[in-house]
Design a protein around this ligand. Structure first.
Ligand code: FAD
Length: 404
């Protein structure tokens, strides 16, 4: 037997290897990753790592985990193509690798921007540890930083770099921050707090071009013609899923590698999980591709069970967090399609939660510095329980009583 080969050693791939062993799989498990280091946690990269010159990457699992569980981790190896008929992978630089089952956990990569000057030194984006090291180094010698994109990663970096005393300008094309992700109330709150610490935020604005001196970026010119000095420009305008391997072998693709509720792609022996996979979501009935640690690890657990012949569908409750300066944002559920909401707590105190409803169905909760609401929300949504808006207004005790 050739066992299971997992391509991509990020949050999803490492969890898939771990879950295969936890579930009792005894065949070979090969974990392939094109980065050199031990697989590491990505979320700290935009939060703590870039502000502390001494910070070390945080491994997802220690070295002993791989040897102790006979997981054949192969760092620095890139898979170039899949031969589905022969069940074989082509390794970049030569060599082949056979599999019985293949798990694609290839993740996503930053969306590029076609922009004059995008190739200048000092223009960067953040996905990997190598990127974070570069940003940390550049930010140490950049007084002026321009960030393109007002999404989670851009704003996390903005707060971090501002706290280190840099002049930070965020340029966002649409008229609000965090457009895809949270309610307007939260977006406005985040904006106000970032502005209060001196981050300049330009919404409804794009960058027309970047200027350089001696091959290094020196300024960003906005669509309004303003010249923003910048020794570092960070592009944070979202990611695209790494689907090329899957696409070349004819797997169904649609904003990601299409999988069913068992993480199975359109080719029976190939599964896909994490940022790279898209699926029909049980909660909304719509197609989604989620980019979160929770989604990656829960899908990995399910994929391992599905390889072992368990047929339960994927029904994990989606959740996500982001730390932006002094705001811990936590989201649970999927709130698109909501028609009204209830606010608990106090915006002025920087502690509140928003409960989103469609009719009388609770869709999700977005919290700022109210972790207990988030945890309770995970329980409620996991149990398929929708408290009435009146119960929500009664606060955490009323909610706990109703859930019990
Ligand atoms: P990845 O972790 O991206 O792993 C994919 C791996 O596959 C990569 O190492 C890639 O190089 C490798 N690979 C791709 N193609 C090949 C190939 N052909 N051959 C070999 N290897 C290949 N999520 C949260 O929930 N909360 C947060 O606060 C949060 N913060 C984040 C901050 C940053 C800076 C970033 C970048 C992400 C953050 N995320 C956060 C998102 C979260 O990290 C991702 O959703 C998660 O990493 C997805 O896991 P994955 O395994 O699908 O992909």
């Amino acid at each position: 037997t050739n066992g299971v080969v997992i391509v991509g050693a990020g949050h999803a791939g490492v969890q898939a290897a771990a879950s295969l062993r936890e579930e009792g799989y005894e065949g070979p498990v090969v974990l392939i990753g094109d980065e050199e280091e031990l697989p590491y946690h990505k979320p700290p990269l935009s939060k703590t790592f870039i502000k502390d010159p001494e910070a070390k990457p945080q491994p997802l699992r220690g070295e002993a985990f791989y040897t102790g569980n006979t997981i054949d981790y192969r760092p620095g190896v890139r898979i170039e193509s899949i031969d589905a008929g022969a069940r074989r992978l082509e390794v970049a630089g030569g060599g082949k690798l056979a599999f019985d089952r293949l798990v694609l956990a290839t993740g996503s990569r930053p969306r590029l921007l076609k922009l004059d000057g995008a190739g200048l030194a000092g223009v960067v984006s953040l996905r990997s540890l190598a990127d974070a090291r570069l940003i940390r180094e550049l930010s140490a010698r950049s007084q002026d930083v321009v960030i393109l994109g007002g999404g989670f990663i851009g704003l996390e970096i903005a707060a971090t770099v501002r706290a280190a005393g840099r002049n930070v300008t965020v340029v966002e094309a649409v008229d609000r921050l965090l457009g895809r992700a949270v309610a307007p109330v939260i977006a406005a709150h985040v904006r106000q707090r970032l502005e209060a610490i001196g981050v300049r935020i330009l919404t409804g604005t794009t960058v027309a071009r970047l200027e350089g001196e001696g091959g290094r970026v020196s300024a960003a010119i906005t669509s309004g013609g303003e010249r923003l000095p910048a020794q570092m420009v960070i592009i944070g305008i979202g990611v695209v899923p790494n689907v090329e391997l899957a696409e070349a072998v004819g797997l169904a693709i649609g904003n990601g590698i299409r999988v069913d509720q068992h993480m199975q792609s359109s080719v029976p022996e190939i599964l896909a999980i994490g940022d790279a996979a898209s699926y029909r979501h049980w909660f909304t009935g719509g197609d989604v591709r989620l980019e979160s640690v929770q989604n990656a690890t829960d899908q990995a657990r399910l994929a391992a069970r599905s390889i072992l012949g368990h047929a339960e569908p994927f029904m994990a409750v989606p959740w996500f967090w982001s730390d932006i300066g002094d705001m811990k944002l936590q989201m649970v559920g999927l709130t698109q399609g909501g028609d009204h909401h209830v606010v608990l707590g106090d915006l002025a105190e920087n502690k509140f939660s928003i409960y989103h409803y469609a009719g009388n169905r609770l869709l999700g909760i977005e919290s700022v510095n109210r972790p207990a609401d988030h945890m309770l929300g995970r329980k409620m949504l996991g149990a398929g329980f929708s408290p009435t808006p009146q119960t929500v207004a009664g606060g955490p005790d009323a909610l706990k009583a109703a859930l019990a």
